[in-house]
Design a protein around this ligand. Structure first.
Ligand code: PLP
Length: 232
């Protein structure tokens, strides 16, 4: 068995165990295999092993790899610049990292051109770390309202966050619970065209914890493919 198949099996087991421990259905959790820095051969191997969702954080990498990767759902999980939306609009299932009205506006414009409705998540910075992208939690409802009122070709499906890289479990739990509560609060407002069914949170170091605290999508890279080599 290859290391990818072993790792993938282990991650799936961990997801199932975390879901069951939380009284949740493991099938409600989508595993996104994060393939940044990895080659298309490795990606295709994972796809053959049943990975149906692939996450990339750079537009450039999506474009370089797209033609050489077997059919799969692509997720853009990294910061997205307005002027690059046009390159990925016809390729991605879900954009996790929308953090402004203007970005949503450009996504809407490009989606219209392609006759598509683009599903998005709003990226939230719940931990308040300065280095991170994402909107403040208290801006989230207003942004949901303005985007859904203005744009027909963009649909908000939920929220995403990148939690701090830390072993501090209590801090992580505060972040994940904060996200869950924010999504629930917005859901209660019944904003037309906005659903809050997806919570994208949890990475290699903390996905089990994220699942116990409400994640519906986990983004796992290192845990499947091994350590990344950024020098290539
Ligand atoms: C790289 C990346 C991940 C995956 O990180 P791992 O620690 O390798 O699992 C998840 N989310 C985002 C936004 C990333 O950029």
């Amino acid at each position: 068995m290859s290391y990818i198949s072993e790792n993938l099996e282990q991650v799936r087991k961990n997801i199932k165990a975390a879901a069951e421990e939380a009284g949740r259905n493991p099938e409600d959790i989508t595993l996104i295999a994060v393939t940044k820095t990895y080659g298309t051969d490795v990606m295709n191997e994972a796809i053959d092993l049943g990975a149906c969702d692939i996450g990339e954080n750079r537009v450039q990498e999506v474009m370089e790899k797209f033609e050489n990767v077997k059919p799969v759902r692509w997720h853009l999980i990294g910061h997205l610049q307005k002027n690059k939306v046009k390159y990925i609009i016809d390729k991605v299932e879900l954009i996790h990292s929308v953090d402004s009205f203007d970005l949503a506006k450009e996504i809407d414009r490009q989606a219209k051109k392609h006759g598509k409705v683009q599903n998005i998540l709003l990226e939230v910075n719940v931990s308040g770390e300065e280095s991170k992208f994402g909107i403040n939690p208290d801006e989230c409802e207003e942004l949901c309202r303005s985007i859904s009122a203005e744009f027909e070709n963009v649909k908000i499906k939920g929220l995403m966050t990148v939690a701090p890289f830390t072993d501090d479990e209590e801090l992580l739990i505060r972040v994940f619970d904060g996200m869950k509560k924010l999504a629930e609060d917005i859901k209660e407002k019944n904003i037309p065209g906005v659903s809050m069914d997806e919570l994208s949170m949890g990475m290699t170091n903390d996905y089990a914890l994220a699942i116990k605290h409400g994640a519906t999508m986990v983004r796992v890279g290192t845990g499947i493919f091994g350590k990344r080599d950024y020098t290539k």
